[in-house]
Design a protein around this ligand. Sequence first.
Ligand SMILES: [Fe+2]
Ligand SMILES: [Fe+2]
Length: 265
Amino acid sequence: MRERDTIRSERIYRQYLGFFDKAEQERRWNPYRDVPWDRVERGGSEELATVAETFCAVESYLPDYVSKGLNLVRQSFGQAWFSANWAYEESKHTVVLIEYLMRSGRRTPEQVFDLQERLRRVEWMLPFDTARRMTIYGCLQEMATFVIYMRQAERAKREGDEVLHGIFRLIGRDEMAHTHFYGDVVKVLLEEDRAETLDDIAHVFSHFQMPGVGIVPEYDARIEIMRKAGIDRALFLQKICFPVLKYLGVTRSELRFTRAAQGSE
Ligand SMILES: [Fe+2]
Ligand SMILES: [Fe+2]
């Protein structure tokens, strides 16, 4: 009988192939050609510019996310390949937001590159140290990012910025696809060892933080602006946690009985 790790690795690789093929067929987009830059608004609100810049800042830690994340899953063939493709998709998010900030005249090239320099001074660290916890974190984080992009997309639309609305929607579609891939891997892990995986889900949910906390300059002031169309605790549970649990096929009562939820890890 083959090793459990090899079987899992093959299953996840096949999931990756499905993800990749679907992405190639339905989701590829180009930051230069698929955004109607000739219609970009100049002179919109500073708050909206800060929203776009804050997303851009969080996305800009990509080199840290990739190097550390990839290293943690390198034993899992499919997840490692996913990380490489994920990095390509995420890199477009930074590129399109930088283009928006400069083409809309909201930020000068000097301001954009100065912020990038400041971002490079602090390193993002892995919030969890096992592949399983980071996979669960990936699922929750991508879902949170999707919901936040969608809420800010509505705000951009209300303020009449159609181009930014379209950009946030393009990015959001990628974030949802990432949520599903991570979720599909978590489902395999649940099948393999439900009790331990549930325990990790409870642990990650109770220690969850967005990746920009503490490393993006002026984070608190930025979040204050984001929050005007943002999410509070109740919405976090309703729009992010509960849909993720539903996708994973996990009930809230199952989580309540884990060691992590009962504080005896
Ligand atoms: Fe992204
Ligand atoms: Fe993503």
